[in-house]
Design a protein around this ligand. Structure first.
Ligand code: NDP
Length: 369
C-alpha cells in the first residue's frame, strides 16, 4: 500500500506547551502548520499534551490566578491552536531525513515533507519503576508522588510535611533545597554514599538544616492509601539489605531526565545527555530550517512557561526563515534558506558558491576599522 504524501511549510513535532505555542503562532501567521503528536503510551511515557497531562494543579502558569489542572491547561492550548487552523496528526514517526530540504518524515501511513521542522518532543522524567510510583489510580503519581518540585512543591499537600527526594545528582540537590521552603524536613535517599552532584550544590544541601541524607538507601516501594495519598516509603539499605518503612507525605523522584531525541541521533547536534543544541540567540539547531523548543533543548528551566516561550521563539524563527531572513545558528553565523551564511562578526556574507561579499557595502571585508 502506498503512503499518503503530505507537504507543509511548517511541521511541528510534539504537543506540549512548546509545540502547541509554536502551532498557535505559525497558524496565526497563516503557515498552516501540521502538528504531529505521539499516541498515548504509558510505557514510553508519551501522552498528547506532554508532561502537563500527568500533572494535577498548575499554580505557576501566568494568567490563572486560581491555578488550573494540567490537562485542562493543555486542552486550552490545543483549542487555541485548532482555532487558527493547525492540523493535527497522531502517529509515531519511524524515521527522519534532515540531510536535504524539504526534510522528510516517515510514518507507517505517511511520507511527510517539511520546509521547516520545529522539534518540541520534550523530555521525560526518569522513573524508578517501583510499586506505588505510577499515576493514580495505578499508584500515587499526582497524589503525593512527583518528579518536579518547582511544579508541585508549593502545593498544600506538601507544606510542613516530611518529604523524600530520591537521587544524588544536581536535580536531587536542587529539588531538595527548593522543597525546604515549604516542607518541615526533606530526606534525600541516595543509593550510594557519595553524591554525583556538583560540589556547590552538595554544599548547599549539606548546609541546609532541613535536609537529611539517607545513604546507601534504595526506595523499593511507595506506600499510601486512596484517601491520604502517600504515607511512606519502603527503604532498603543496599549494603545490609535491611528493610524498613519510613513515614513521609510526599516523594520526589529526581534521578534525571531523558530528552526525546533518539530519532535525531547522528543528524542534529546534542549534548552528552541527548539535549538538542540550539543557537542561544535563536532556536536554530545546526541544520538550517530545523528549530527546537521546550524541554527537548532545555535541561535547566524545564517549566511550562519557558517551554511555551521557546515555542513562540521557534515559530518566529521558522517564519523568518521562510521569509528568506537570516536566522542565528549555534556557530554564531546567521543563515538564510538560500544557503547564504553571514559570518559571526556580521562583516561578510558567504554565498552558496563559496564567494564572500561584505555585509556592509561601506565596510570592506578584512579592513581594520
Ligand atoms: P544525573 O544523571 O546527574 O544524576 C542522577 C542521580 O540519580 C544520580 O545520583 C544517580 O545515582 C541517581 N539514579 C539514577 N538512576 C537511579 C535509580 N534507578 N535508582 C536510584 N538512583 C538512581 O541527573 P541530574 O538530573 O541530577 O542532572 C543531569 C544534568 O543536569 C547534570 O549535568 C546536572 O549537572 C545538570 N543539572 C544542573 C542543574 C543546575 O546547575 N542548577 C540542576 C539540575 C541538573 P548514582 O549517582 O549512583 O549514579
Amino acid at each position: 500500500m502506498s503512503k499518503e504524501a503530505l507537504h507543509r511549510d511548517v511541521v511541528i513535532l510534539g504537543s506540549g506547551p512548546a509545540g502547541l505555542t509554536a502551532a498557535i503562532y505559525t497558524a496565526r501567521a497563516n503557515l498552516k502548520p501540521l502538528l504531529i503528536d505521539a499516541p498515548a503510551d504509558a510505557e514510553k511515557q508519551t501522552a498528547p499534551g506532554g508532561q502537563l497531562m500527568i500533572t494535577t494543579d498548575v499554580e505557576n502558569y501566568p494568567g490563572f490566578s486560581d491555578g488550573i489542572q494540567g490537562p485542562d491547561l493543555m486542552i486550552e492550548f490545543r483549542r487555541q491552536a485548532e482555532r487558527f487552523g493547525t492540523d493535527f496528526l497522531e502517529t509515531w514517526i519511524s524515521g527522519v531525513d534532515l540531510s536535504n530540504r524539504p526534510f522528510t518524515l516517515h510514518t507507517s501511513d505517511h511520507l511527510i515533507s517539511a520546509e521547516t521542522l520545529i522539534i518540541a518532543t520534550g523530555a521525560a522524567a526518569k522513573w524508578l519503576g517501583i510499586p506505588g510510583e505510577a499515576k493514580v489510580p495505578f499508584g500515587f503519581g499526582g497524589h503525593g508522588v512527583s518528579a518536579c518540585a518547582t511544579c508541585d512543591g508549593p502545593l498544600p499537600a506538601f507544606r510542613n510535611q516530611e518529604l523524600v527526594v530520591i537521587g544524588g545528582g544536581d536535580t536531587a540537590m536542587e529539588e531538595a533545597t527548593f522543597l525546604t521552603r515549604y516542607a518541615a524536613r526533606v530526606f534525600v535517599a541516595h543509593r550510594r554514599e557519595k553524591l554525583r552532584a556538583s560540589k556547590i550544590m552538595q554544599q548547599k544541601a549539606f548546609n541546609n538544616p532541613k535536609i537529611e541524607f539517607l545513604w546507601n538507601t534504595a526506595v523499593d516501594e511507595i506506600l499510601g492509601s486512596k484517601e491520604h495519598g502517600v504515607t511512606g516509603v519502603s527503604l532498603r539499605n543496599v549494603k545490609s539489605n535491611d528493610q524498613r518503612v519510613f513515614p513521609c507525605s510526599g516523594v520526589f523522584v529526581a534521578i534525571g531526565h531523558k530528552p526525546n531525541t533518539d530519532l535525531f541521533k547522528g543528524q542534529l547536534e546534542m549534548d552528552e545527555i541527548g539535549y538538542l543544541r540550539t543557537s542561544g540567540h535563536s532556536t536554530a539547531t545546526n541544520v538550517p530550517g530545523v528549530f527546537a523548543c521546550g524541554d527537548v533543548q532545555d535541561s535547566v528551566y524545564r517549566q511550562a512557561v519557558t517551554a511555551a516561550g521557546t515555542g513562540c521563539m521557534a515559530a518566529i524563527d521558522a517564519e523568518r526563515f521562510l521569509d528568506h531572513l537570516p536566522v542565528a545558528m549555534p556557530s554564531g553565523e546567521e543563515v538564510t534558506d538560500a544557503g547564504e551564511h553571514i559570518t559571526s562578526d556580521h562583516r561578510a556574507i558567504i554565498e552558496p558558491d563559496g564567494s564572500m561579499i561584505p555585509n556592509n557595502p561601506e565596510q570592506l571585508v578584512g579592513s581594520e576599522d
